[in-house]
Design a protein around this ligand. Structure first.
Ligand code: ADP
Length: 551
């Protein structure tokens, strides 16, 4: 635009300058011609006067101007510069013909007689002849040649001036336009003619800003949504090339160098990923489970189509379902264990009752068989109760209601309950320490302490002891149950809180154990915010401590 305006201004200036020059040259030419004619006219007038006063034509021989006297028929009578003999008839000369007709005549033309441009002025004399005075003629070239130096100087000067002015004017014209800030067109102090353009610009800017903020808002919303998803999400094109992905993908597959632009199989080349990849290419939905040995991932792919239904890519969701799978495994294991544990006492009861029914038992043995049935039934009831308690704890049905529970008094209640069983084995039960209050469900706390003390008695030896200590450890209430029993081997210690795990199954069975007591303890401790610690040495004893938070 700058160049165009500059060229336009320069062209206009130069054309104007040339037009002026032509005009000036024309005026100059006119001026010179008229001045010459006027000079010839005054000279002719003087010579005419002289001739009329009787001066002989020869007295003009030395005149600078060419003086010619022509008779009315065109014959040259006198010429001070040329030999009249052999001179052509001059009646056809324009100035002569005009003088004959009108009394005076003039012309400017190339003279073959003198060989140059000549200006002529002719006057009709009273004696019937024609006097013609001729001098150097002014033609355009002569004028041009005469004016050449000033013209050249003018051309150069005006060209330089035009260049400078064009540059300055161009800059001045463009300055307000260049100063328009597209971000704030309303602040521009440009020409009125630009107002419609600026208004359009302002409108477009507002529209673009609105669209940008809408886009940013949607992008932010999508980003917040995808970044806060625990599921890994990635978007691929129809060839399985990753276009975008969320943070959870990095969490699931480790911080990778940029995944965008890479193939989905870059993450993993297992059979499951290959199948998902095929589903992306084939634009179909698929759900598969993948395990790398440590964890389980669920992969779900859904095709993405545009508004015309053309396949554009796919969304792949990757969910860590390790916990779910683990829960599922535990549930299956639990169900199998429950069936097995229920079957054992029931089979015994059935066996004993069958023998009794068939009358195969001597009267003195009936009491013993009845005691066996009674023991197995009790075990069955304990087992069913434990299972019910565990499933209630699992479901969170109990344990949510809390009230202050004083641990020392509960411990005393429990030891009292177990006194008879303990005394049968000559085990002493002691409770010591200070009062400590926690916020919990009282019956759950009773069950927890009962299970711990029951185990301490169950897995004790004759004349052993059980000490229950309640107190505060750095203001945290705790209860510890210490026995002098058989202890737990090191390798079994991490497993004793598992459901149905028993170090010595036969010992547990004969003591009416279910293998669920410590699982229930662990569960209750967890719902009441307690942590369990275990110290045990085989043949020395066991101490299990539950420490609660400050209430
Ligand atoms: P059980 O009903 O068999 O007692 P628990 O879940 O209460 O089941 O305990 C799991 C296993 O841990 C027991 O079978 C036993 O082998 C071991 N155990 C628990 N408490 C003690 C303890 N105080 N001394 C020795 N072993 C124990």
């Amino acid at each position: 635009m700058t160049k165009k305006i500059f060229k336009g201004i320069l062209f206009t200036a130069l054309v104007t300058m040339l037009a002026c020059l032509v005009f000036i040259i024309g005026v100059q030419y006119q001026f010179y011609s008229e001045a010459q004619t006027d000079a010839l006219k005054s000279e002719a007038y003087l010579i005419e006067r002289s001739l009329e006063n009787g001066t002989a034509p020869e007295s003009f021989n030395s005149f600078e101007k060419r003086i010619t006297i022509i008779s009315a028929d065109g014959t040259v009578i006198y010429d001070n510069k040329s030999d009249i003999n052999g001179m052509k008839n001059h009646s056809d000369r324009k100035e002569v013909a005009e003088a004959l007709k009108k009394g005076i005549g003039s012309d400017v033309r190339y003279s073959e007689s003198v060989g140059k441009y000549t200006s002529y002025y002719a006057v009709f004399l009273k004696n019937g002849n024609i006097l013609r005075v001729a001098g150097d003629g002014t033609n355009l070239i002569t004028v041009l040649l005469r004016l050449m130096p000033p013209i050249c100087a003018i051309i150069l000067l005006t060209a330089a001036l035009a260049l400078t002015l064009a540059s300055v004017v161009t800059k001045n014209i463009l300055k307000p336009i260049n100063e328009i800030d597209p971000e704030n067109p309303e602040q521009a102090k440009a020409y009125d003619e630009l107002s419609p353009l600026l208004n359009k610009l302002r409108y477009q800017k507002n529209k673009i800003n609105k669209q940008i903020s809408q886009l940013t808002q949607s992008r932010l919303e999508l980003e917040i949504l995808s970044e806060n998803m625990s599921e890994g999400m990635l978007l691929t094109d129809k060839n399985g090339i990753i276009l975008t992905y969320n943070k959870s993908i990095e969490r699931l597959f480790g911080e990778q160098t940029k995944l965008s632009g890479k193939n989905l199989l870059y993450l993993n080349r297992s059979k499951v990923f290959l199948e998902i990849f095929d589903s992306i290419i084939g634009a179909c939905h698929n759900e598969l489970l993948f395990s790398d040995g440590n964890r389980w991932l669920e992969l779900i792919t859904n095709p993405v189509n545009d508004e015309n239904g053309a396949h554009k890519g796919a969304v792949v969701l990757i969910i860590d379902v390790t916990e779910r799978q683990e829960r599922e495994r535990l549930r299956r294991e639990f169900t199998a264990n429950v069936s097995h544990e229920l079957k054992t006492p029931l089979t015994s009861i059935l066996g004993f009752s069958d023998i009794l029914k068939e009358g195969l038992v001597s009267p003195e043995d009936v009491k013993g068989f009845s005691a066996d049935i009674n023991r197995e039934t009790k075990r069955l009831i304990t087992l069913v109760n434990d299972i019910i308690n565990l499933s209630r704890l699992d479901e969170g049905v109990i344990g949510t209601d809390r009230e202050p529970v004083e641990l020392l008094s509960v411990a005393r209640e429990v030891t009292e309950r177990l006194t008879i069983v303990a005394s049968e084995q000559h085990i002493s039960l002691n409770t010591c320490g200070q009062e400590a209050v926690i916020l919990a469900n009282p019956s759950l706390i009773f069950e927890m302490i009962y299970n711990l003390c029951d185990n301490a008695v169950k897995y004790n030896r004759e004349n052993g002891s059980v000490t229950v200590t309640v107190g505060l450890c750095e203001e945290n209430p705790f209860i510890s149950v210490k026995d002098t029993g058989i202890g737990i081997p090191k390798e079994a210690q991490p497993r004793i809180f598992e459901r149905f795990y028993r170090v010595d199954k036969s010992r547990s069975n004969t003591r009416g154990g279910t293998g669920l007591g410590l699982s229930i303890v662990k569960h209750i401790a967890s719902v009441t915010g307690g942590t369990i610690s275990l110290e045990s040495s085989p043949d020395v004893g066991t101490e299990i401590t539950v420490t609660f938070g400050i209430c």
